[in-house]
Write a protein that binds this ligand. Structure first.
Ligand SMILES: Nc1ncnc2c1ncn2[C@@H]1O[C@H](COP(=O)(O)OP(=O)(O)OP(=O)(O)O)[C@@H](O)[C@H]1O
Ligand SMILES: [Mg+2]
Length: 288
């Protein structure tokens, strides 16, 4: 395994950072993707647990209205009585909708409503909720729905740092590029990139593009590269997050991602095609 730094350094949006510091607000990260099923919720839950274990006060907001899942990932489904929908409809105060984790008191969840549609939630109301969370927490993680629909737009009004998750396949990368362009049109020029489900063997065989190359191709700063691991699926069955999945490489990658999001310049593990593959594919390296 090689180590390298991302080609483009990521810096949080200075204006947002200064505003949050002035108003004593915590950091807000919006974890989004163009294509669905790329691992946003897996990464959001693991990051939330990682920061909570580091002693930070964290709120995870499940923004996937109608398709709640963060409660299951954190093993908190039995604790959820009120949700984001109840909050936006003024049926309960924030303290009732915000559920504490059974083991990590620093970690709270705001579950997504099951019966509402994204258009039922007002963007202004959502911004107010996120701002209130940020005023109470060190870190707020927004687990966004896939795509560029209303559900995502509701979250984009918050002063969040945008992080796009993609897997190393063409469809996901094209959608990530499109989402990044949409964010740029809205003035969000600073989105970071996470490449999930990185398969070392496929990269060594030249069958998968390496994360640093993908980031360079998309012209985005690489925030993290999370390995593909069957342990993540097993952890989900046991209602543990990917952080606790038992695969040390996954845990390390999430820890490094958490560092980089906080501005700590941590090297990202990087993979390259094998020397044998390079020897037989001279000139064809663009594939990897
Ligand atoms: N690094 C990984 N290795 C193996 N499996 C993974 C990895 N990351 C995520 N998965 C699996 O991929 C599936 C989809 O993950 P997840 O629900 O987090 O995606 P998502 O982007 O939130 O989906 P959606 O767009 O529907 O919200 C899950 O079964 C999860 O266990
Ligand atoms: Mg999800």
């Amino acid at each position: 395994m090689w180590r390298c730094r991302a080609a483009i350094p990521w810096r949080p949006d200075e204006a947002k950072l200064q505003m949050k510091e002035a108003e004593k607000m915590g950091r807000i990260f919006a974890i989004m993707s163009g294509k669905g099923g790329v691992g946003k919720s897996t990464i959001s839950a693991a990051l939330a647990e990682c920061y909570a274990r580091r002693g930070k006060k964290v709120a995870l907001l499940d923004g996937d209205i109608g398709l709640r899942c963060a409660d299951l990932m954190l093993g908190m489904q039995d604790r959820v009585v009120f949700d984001l929908g109840d909050l936006t409809e003024d049926k309960c105060p924030l303290d009732q909708a915000l559920v504490s984790h059974p083991v990590l008191p620093n970690l709270s969840l705001l579950a997504a409503p099951q019966m509402l549609r994204p258009s039922d939630v007002k963007a202004k109301k959502m911004k107010k909720i996120i701002d209130t969370l940020a005023s109470r927490m060190d870190v707020v993680i927004l687990d966004a729905p896939a795509g560029i629909g209303r559900g995502l737009k509701n979250l984009l009004n918050a002063q969040a740092d945008s992080i796009i998750v993609a897997t190393p396949d063409d469809v996901s990368l094209r959608d990530a590029e499109k989402l990044n362009a949409l964010l740029a049109q809205r003035g969000e020029m600073n989105a970071g990139l996470i490449i999930n489900r990185v398969n070392k063997k496929l990269i060594r065989r030249g069958e998968m593009m390496a994360p640093a190359r993908i980031a360079a191709y998309l012209d985005m700063p690489l925030m993290g590269a999370i390995p593909e691991s069957g342990e993540i699926y097993r952890a989900l069955l046991q209602q543990k997050t990917a952080l606790q999945c038992g695969d040390a490489k996954v845990t390390e990658a999430i820890g490094h991602l958490a560092d980089r999001l906080m501005g700590i310049d941590t090297p990202i593990h990087e993979y390259y095609p094998s020397a044998i593959w390079k020897f037989f594919h001279r000139g064809g390296e663009a594939q990897a």
